[in-house]
Design a protein around this ligand. Structure first.
Ligand code: DP6
Length: 347
């Protein structure tokens, strides 16, 4: 295959992930050092696809999101281009890049587009600079999934877990540059589904601002002390595929994180009364039987219902009945990112 850089793009697809044990609070925002270890399930359908190719050295970086060619001062373009600049400083690569990025899911509905977005952006940039057609090639240039995770987290912390398929763990380590990233179990370990009840509107407070506020909550220090036990229990429940054990951990963890948010000074409140009532309804349905699903929440009103895939159809039917107004997306555990050379726009 002859490669023509004006037609062929380094194309990275990275999934979003849903945290079972949440990353909330940073020991340092500057070095993106999280306050605690976190654990997540990598998704399959909710993905960002990012195309990158090198431009002649007299040009400047270009960033296109979906069909929109964003001005470089647009907040989304600014954050993405700042990450590209950061990658350049760390790696020493200089060529300017054309970047085109697209999400497979609706934006502004509380599905972590920053996790999939910064994972895909990191892979695509490094692939373009090292002229890597696939992930193995990129690893041979020194950019293994672990190295890419360490770089992706600098754009958005949760992005580092999206580098691994299945179930992933991000360990904060004993220093900001001793963080660890690893796959705990592959996707085929346990067929879990995530039925996403999309929130009605975009969150008003960014996660990045919320992380800062966490330290002002009196519940935060006790949370950090008790989290290692919950993390161990979560890992054990996944290892043994014990759904009810995992489910109870998910709900305690999500509610505890929102407790920290709401007891921060000033309070960081993401949940409306409608969402709180929905959480009650989910518990009532489960108590009545025939609804083996447990909720988790991120920073927003979107509710993720985690269940075994074989139960997903019945959970979706019930959810459509009790919340007809919410858009429902069906997702499941996935295999992680991909990289290929693909023909793309001649932009
Ligand atoms: C509630 O990764 O979005 O989703 O590092 O500032 O970009 P930044 O924050 P972000 O925080 C995610 C918070 C969370 C929990 C989680 O995914 O672990």
């Amino acid at each position: 295959m002859s490669r023509d850089s004006s037609l062929w793009w380094h194309t990275a697809t990275a999934p979003s992930n849903i945290a079972f044990i949440k990353y909330w609070g940073k020991r340092s925002a500057e070095t993106q050092w999280p306050a605690n270890d976190s654990l997540s399930m990598t998704l399959s359908e909710a993905c960002t696809t990012t195309l990158a190719r090198c431009l002649p050295s007299n040009e400047i970086d270009r960033f296109q999101l979906g069909d929109l060619n964003l001005a470089s001062d647009h907040p989304k373009a600014r954050r993405a281009l700042a990450h590209v600049a950061r990658l350049r400083t760390i790696t020493g690569f200089t060529p300017p890049l054309a970047i085109v990025s697209e999400n497979s899911f609706p934006e502004g509905r509380g599905i972590a587009s920053s996790a999939s977005g910064f994972a895909a952006l990191t892979i695509a940039c490094l692939a373009a600079w090292t002229v890597s057609p696939d992930l193995d090639h990129l690893a041979r240039h020194g950019y293994s999934l672990t190295r890419l995770a360490d770089l992706a987290r600098l754009g958005s912390g949760s992005a580092c877990r999206s580098l691994f398929g299945g179930f992933a763990r991000w360990e904060s380590g004993d220093a900001h540059d001793h963080q660890h990233f690893r796959q705990l179990f592959r996707a085929d370990h346990w067929a879990l589904a995530d039925i996403i009840l999309c929130g009605p509107s975009e969150k008003k407070i960014s996660s990045t601002d919320g992380h800062v506020a966490a330290w002002s909550s009196p519940s935060f220090a006790p949370r950090l002390r008790s989290l290692p036990d919950r993390l161990r229990a979560c890992e054990a429940a996944i290892a043994a595929r014990r759904m009810a054990d995992l489910g109870n951990i998910l709900e305690s963890e999500a509610l505890e994180m929102h407790g920290v948010m709401e007891s921060s000074v000033p309070p960081v409140v993401y949940l409306s009364d409608t969402t709180r009532r929905l959480l009650e309804t989910i518990r009532e349905y489960r108590a009545r039987g025939g609804f083996p699903a447990w909720f988790t929440l991120d920073a927003g009103e979107t509710i993720h219902l985690i269940c075994e895939s074989r139960h997903a159809p019945q959970i979706v039917t019930a959810a459509r009945a009790f919340t007809p107004e919410r858009m429902i997306l069906m997702d499941r555990v996935g295999d992680g990112p991909t990289l290929e050379l693909r023909k793309g726009p001649a932009a």
